[in-house]
Design a protein around this ligand. Structure first.
Ligand code: ZN
Length: 70
């Protein structure tokens, strides 16, 4: 899947509605990233790390985050 242009330098993208974080390097159709983009209910992280997303209460997406443990 093509990476959204505005997140060219972002790997981890969070959905604020579901509190799920996606790995844009591995995102699948089922992640519905275009729908998340159009909702504008997304957020990136600083630093751009899965650990940072988890610290903010996000859960790893089961579709694209292969190292997911939750
Ligand atoms: Zn995902």
């Amino acid at each position: 899947m093509a990476r959204p242009v505005r997140f060219e330098h972002t790997r981890w993208l969070g959905d604020k509605r579901s509190m799920v974080v996606h790995d844009l390097d591995a995102a699948l159709e089922s992640c519905a990233i275009p729908e998340l983009m159009s909702s504008e209910q997304f957020g990136s992280f600083g630093p751009d790390l899965l650990a940072e997303a988890r610290n903010r209460g996000y859960h790893a997406c089961r579709h694209c985050v292969r190292a997911a443990t939750d």
